[in-house]
Design a binder for this molecule. Structure first.
Ligand code: HEC
Length: 144
């Protein structure tokens, strides 16, 4: 066997490895994030729906358009809200987060302050924990 045969074999091996790497880069081999991780929108919405009941938000808010102690949350996301100051604001994600964490800071026209704030005072830490606020907001944003 000629002297350079091992070298040729080695070269072949290197080329083979290179081709494999090019065809199947390690990044592509990793499966896409599984739909059960907390960060995926669908799961957040489902979590939010559970929390909405668990935190008793549904005692004051409907999701079907009818009025209760608080405004319905159906169609709220992205809509224009008139506040009791007469000012109008767009109900974007920032507005929704603030409406939940600090309800008295922006009161929709026709509703009273000091109704929601005392009701959630005891659970505000839980609302802020984990992804709970993200989940609640994602749920509200799903209520078209
Ligand atoms: C005791 C009744 C009550 C409970 C419980 C309550 N809310 Fe409210 N909520 C209100 C009232 C009244 C308003 C309007 C006045 C204000 O902003 O404080 C309001 C306002 C809001 C708004 C803004 C609505 C708009 O049209 O701009 C959002 C969003 C909201 N609440 C979400 C929640 C979530 C999420 C929970 C549960 C964690 C919750 N609320 C629990 C009574 C309640």
């Amino acid at each position: 066997m000629p002297k350079w045969t091992p070298l040729l074999l080695l070269l072949g091996l290197v080329i083979l490895l290179g081709a494999t790497y090019a065809l199947f880069p390690p990044g592509r081999a990793t499966p896409a994030a599984s739909p059960t991780t907390a960060a995926t929108p669908g799961t957040l919405v489902a979590q939010g729906a559970v929390l909405f009941h668990q935190f008793k938000c549904d005692t004051c808010h409907t999701v079907d358009g009818s009025r209760a102690a608080g405004p319905t949350l159906k169609g709220l996301a992205g809509s224009t809200v008139t506040l009791d100051t007469g000012q109008t604001v767009t109900a974007d994600t920032q507005y929704l987060r603030r409406s939940i964490l600090d309800p008295d800071s922006q009161v929709p026209k026709g509703y009273s302050p000091d109704v929601m704030s005392p009701a959630i005072n005891d659970i505000i830490d839980q609302i802020e924990a984990d992804h709970n606020l993200d989940a609640l907001v994602a749920y509200i944003e799903s209520l078209k």
